[in-house]
Structures are given as C-alpha cells and as structure tokens.
Design a protein around this ligand. Sequence first.
Ligand code: SAH
Length: 235
Amino acid sequence: MTNADPQELAKFSDLAHKWWDPESEFRPLHEINPLRLDWIDQLAAIKGKNVADVGCGGGILAESMARKGANVLGVDLADKPLKVAQLHAMEAGVANLDYRSVAAEALAAEQPSHFDVVTCMEMLEHVPDPSSIVQACFDMAKPGGWVFFSTINRNPKAFLFAIVGAEYMLKLLPKGTHEFSRFIRPAELARWAREAGLDLVQFKGMEYNPITRRYWLSGDTSVNYMMACRKPLAS
Ligand code: SAH
C-alpha cells in the first residue's frame, strides 16, 4: 500500500493549473521560496549536486534549485502538479531537471544512497505516515549528504496562525488545505530523523507579518519551521 492520502493528492491536483501564478493560492510558496532556497544552498552548496525534491508539486523549489546549477529530480504522487512542473521547466528552458511520479519509499529502494541533497518541504503534513517518508529521505541520501524538511508545528498558536489566520482570515490558502491533527512538532520530526539515522544540524523558523506581507527566517519554530539534517559519513 502506498503511503499517500488520495484526498490530499486530489486537493493539489485540483489547483495545479494555478501553481505558477504568484497571486494564487500558491503565493505563500512563491514568497518563501527565495528564503528556503538560500538557506539550503548556504548549507549544502547545491551547484553540481544530485538533488531529490520529494513532494515537489508544481516545481517551485525544484526548478529554482536547478537554476542554481543542481541536477534535480522532483517526485510527487499527484499527476497534475507534476505535468505543470514539467511544462513549466520546458517552457522556461531549464535543464538538469526531471520529474517523476514515484513514491518516496520506492525511489529510496530504487536509488539508495544516491542523492547529495534531499529536500522534502511542506509535504510531511499531508501524508498518512510521515516517519516513513523521513526514513526514505535518509535512505536515498548519500553518506555525508544533506536532508531538509519543512512543515508546521502543532500547538494552539500554529492552529491560530496556520489555519484560522491563513485559511479563514487572510485567505492566503484555501479552506481545508491543512488539518491540524497532521501538524508535526519539532520534537517529533527530530525523533523520526534520529531514528532514521540522521544527525540534526539546524532548525529555522519561518515567520510572516500579515501587514507588511513579508516572510523571514528566525529562531521561532512555533508555527512554520524547517530542519536541516545530515546522513553520517559512516552509514
Ligand atoms: N514541496 C513543494 C510543494 C508543497 S505542496 C513546495 O514546497 O513548493 C505539497 C505537495 O505534497 C503536493 O504537491 C502533494 O501532491 C504532495 N504530496 C502529498 N502527499 C504525497 C505523497 N504521499 N507522496 C508524494 N507527494 C505527496
């Protein structure tokens, strides 16, 4: 059985045609992308590296990493976003970029210890068994390779900001985008990463000011956050 929720995949397929519209429901992904791209690149120096982007969707992060010179494989299980991603890369003439419909666990079994860098952003909170995705990201990374995750914390503030604020008040995201019970505490993500065999390197919070409409990185992981890990050399 695939570790995927068909309703979640359908949500992203239904909106896929809007993926590259920076004023659409995907505006938050467009706005946070330069921040996360720079952070990933500062730590992992992606130029010339083999990168897997797990849950790549329409390819906002995947394509930007390819533009920085990485060889990127984006994978997802929602077909429409993948098609949009492929078309966009073709029209933009971005090379070093492939997309495939394959489960993270299957890719890890097919290409173990293959990727210098694995990114898995804003995806874990949409899957039935996120720890299995974390394990797959470890498995597909080379020893010494980097693995990056981002997701949303689970606490009253995150409920208020990520669901009530973003979906109902500011309408940044469609209602029903996120389910509170699927949010993941940093300690839970850290435990899954350690159990998979990863070393934790850094946590970063991502904050948003609704008045200035600006995002920035900080030490505050109480709502949106990212985690950088490395696969130990001897593994
Ligand atoms: N990572 C991208 C897209 C985030 S949206 C970015 O940050 O820009 C979440 C994505 O996760 C969607 O494209 C959705 O189709 C994908 N997804 C959800 N469940 C999945 C699963 N089980 N396997 C692979 N991708 C999945």
